[in-house]
Design a protein around this ligand. Structure first.
Ligand SMILES: [Zn+2]
Length: 314
């Protein structure tokens, strides 16, 4: 993002967004929810696997959300930062690919399994880009009610310092990148990143490849937005596009289509039940996900739990 950085930095400095303030990260660990500490623990034991997607674009996968890396003389672009405890492993994985300098870290959304490594990556020289709501949510305490998580505000050094509200384009390392906000989907902070020349699309957590997705109803997520996001991804992709989900294996347009069709079918059934006056419990008892549970219900959630999420966000 070298070309645009001055302009965007100028804008955010004018708004006071990038003012320097003392770090207080160390005092924060004791306030972190158990689930975050467990994620950090798991990340300590989880290696990072690297998959080459194009001459200078790679997927990096570990304990947190799936990451992507673009290399080149303009500097490294990293998408998402996993857990803080992954940072040394991510740096090693990057060093094994490239000696280019750090430049931009782009967050797909605010969740800690995609942003907990921000502070470490910022210290390594990355400027952090994200949707404005990602910064707003990270800068203030948040609840993820479904998992009973009370997230404290992130340290200042972890916050995105360059933000946008709708979309942003960047020309970097011989490619053009679109960063575009989805309407509320998995949260209200989601963006996709599309590398045009490399033909790589990072969907963030609007796509869980192969299992029922988490939809964070407490921070703006909704099933209709997940379906719209999948549709948006399908409209961008062609049959050769390499698509990176927030979680799960790397995929392609046919995989994203299958997920879209599953989400739509379940949404329609649950919406009809809700419209007919069924309570959440009654809707769950009707097993509206039955046709899909064998393929999709063996990941994070079974069909009953996912039906509840759909019911509450439809
Ligand atoms: Zn997420």
């Amino acid at each position: 993002m070298t070309m645009d950085r001055r302009r965007f930095l100028g804008m955010s400095l004018a708004a006071g967004a990038a003012a320097a303030t003392p770090r207080w990260a160390m005092s924060q660990a004791s306030q972190l929810p158990d689930r975050v500490l467990q994620g950090r623990e798991m990340a300590l034991k989880t290696p990072i696997t690297t998959t080459k997607l194009y001459d200078n674009v790679y997927a990096l996968q570990g304990a947190g959300g799936n990451m992507a890396l673009q290399t080149g003389k303009d500097g490294l672009v990293l998408i998402d930062s996993s857990f803080s405890t992954s940072v040394p492993k991510v740096k090693e994985a990057i060093a094994a690919i490239s000696k280019d300098s750090p430049d931009a870290l782009i967050n797909t959304h605010w969740h800690y399994d995609h942003t907990d490594g921000n502070e470490g990556m910022h210290a390594a020289g990355f400027s952090i880009f994200a949707h404005q709501k990602t910064r707003e949510r990270m800068a203030t305490p948040q609840s993820i009610a479904f998992f009973h998580i009370e997230m404290p505000a992130s340290p200042d050094a972890a916050l995105p310092s360059i933000t946008f509200t709708d979309s942003m384009q960047a020309w970097h390392n011989g490619d053009s990148l679109d960063l575009v906000h989805f309407d509320p989907a998995h949260t209200d902070t989601d963006i996709y990143i599309h590398f045009h020349k490399a033909n790589v699309l990072h969907m963030g957590d609007t796509w869980f490849n192969g299992f029922y997705p988490f939809i964070d109803e407490a921070t703006g997520g909704r099933i209709g937005g997940m379906i719209d996001a999948a549709q948006k991804g399908l409209s961008i992709a062609d049959n050769q596009t390499k698509i990176i989900p927030g979680h799960g294996p790397l995929g392609n347009k046919a995989d994203l289509q299958r997920c879209h069709d599953m989400l739509s079918a379940i949404r329609d059934k649950v919406a009809a039940l809700k419209a007919s006056g069924a309570s959440e419990q009654e809707a769950v008892a009707k097993k509206p996900t039955a046709d899909f549970d064998a393929s999709w219900g063996k990941g994070m959630f079974n069909g009953d739990v996912f039906t509840g999420i759909v019911y509450r966000t439809v």
